[in-house]
Design a protein around this ligand. Sequence first.
Ligand code: G6P
Length: 599
Amino acid sequence: MCGIIGFIGEKEAKNLLVEGLKRLEYRGYDSSGICVKNDLGLSIVKNLGKIDQLEKDSRLSSVRGKIGIAHTRWATHGEPSEVNAHPHCDCKNELAVVHNGIIENYSSLKKILEKEGHKFKSKTDSEVIAHLLEKFYKGNLAEALLKVLPLLEGTYGLAVIAEKSGEIVVAKKGSPLVLGIGNGDMFFASDQTALINHVNKIIYLNDNEIAVLRKDNFEIKNINGKNVNYEIEELKLGAESIEKNGFEHYMLKEIFEQPKSVKSALTGRLNKDGVKLSININLKKIERVILLGCGTSWHSALIGKYVIEELTNIPVEVDYASEFRYRNTPIRDSDLVVAISQSGETADTLAAIKKAKECNAKTIGIVNAVSSSIARECGTGIYLHAGPEIGVASTKAFTSQITALILLALYIRKERGMELDNDLLKEIASLPQKLILSLESCDEVEELAKKFKDSKNFIFLGRGFNFPIALEGALKLKEISYIHAEGYPSAEMKHGPIALIDENMPCLFICPHDHTYDKVLSNIEEVKARKGKIIAITDKTDDKLSSIADEIIYVPAVHPILSPLVNVIPLQLFAYFVANMKGLDVDKPRNLAKSVTVE
Ligand code: G6P
């Protein structure tokens, strides 16, 4: 994971870099560091903890210079510590490197370098890059880097500066890197959000490319040192997209943004004739759909299975991208493989979609981050247009992913000449209003959180379209409040988790009045009989449920296919309030990162 940023120009680099790191903090936040060059040499400050620790470091006040690189870390090799934080230097402290990715062959490289007399300070894989550069650097950074890159196995978005050079050189393979072209200055970063307010023009570097940045010009070369063509794109995001807009946390802001983000996902795609998507693949003859994702995106894939099978009758498989990529599984050219990813950078999802392409399957992406690696690898698909999601726990991207999957199912249905249900189309169009109504549960959910915030365990149960919502509710609670929680299909509970139930076990049932309602009610009775605490999320009052549930939260009644969208909102709010009441860092939960660019 990790986030990197750099600046070269006529302004003081330090503040620009620290501000940029804050915007990249979602990528990792166990330690950070900055290196700025001036006429006296390189000044480096590193710090354990989040970026505000670095910002408060008194050593930063003496850091001056107009060329600099910086890094925020999510530890892979070597514990979080000041010495393991980036930038890393060569033996003479003349070169500094920041690196996002993993150098898989670092230990053999390190042994060779140590034999040659290089002294390592950290336990990281990244430090080998600095020592290899030292070995090859003869006054031209790009030339040295072109000699180092073929020796590295693994992934990198990296940047290097040197005491005696007026350039920054960056390289990319498998980890994202974007260049920002300013007026008389240049930036690079792991993600375009770090460049908002500074530049309007950006270039996404491709794998196996390096760029040499100077304050007023740049060159992009391939790994053989030949100049390559590139496309300059407009940076369309505004500052408002990365601000909290009065909310205490990004997560709460993003939960409340869902009516708007779902509306964006629908805009221009739903009309009176049905669904219009710009997918340039013929879906008429596909025989199977495989949905891939990780984390919350895997949960939306599970909902996608229920929806696509319901609406198209095509068999759908759902796989964790990390399992799919290494499993020997038959993939055919009649398969449609869909990569689902908020960030568009998750390493496993990217590798999984590459595998599907190699097997000649048709591939599409359901991605939020425009021009991200997964979006570009897929070549076609459905952008979520949810805007940047900054809270580490995914919320608005999840509901947008479900919306996109519903649109995809309807589109396949239409392509195959099957009739569309006008009532369902109308209901989909009214989804944003339904989500506003669901958000009205906020105050009651906050009260609920007060009652249950000290619980040590939780079980979330749902059926059909809402079984994945039980998984997602449990995941949200685990991620940000560190309470152990399990999600299960309601009926499966009696095959194991029922053994956990006693008077201390809260069980949250998602029970809309659909065709499974009576069955779920029986499952609630089974928990009640064992003295478990019952919390129900439902869509209308009902005497039977009222008599057995300890707590009920109401959401609007919707078509069963749409119910996951309205039901997940109280669960997101519940996790948010519990975590906040416990005084935890809601937006940056421990050990997690938002963009998982390592395996
Ligand atoms: C990380 C994040 C999750 C996210 C998952 C997949 O684990 O913390 O919130 O669901 O990665 O990320 P993606 O960007 O591919 O959706």
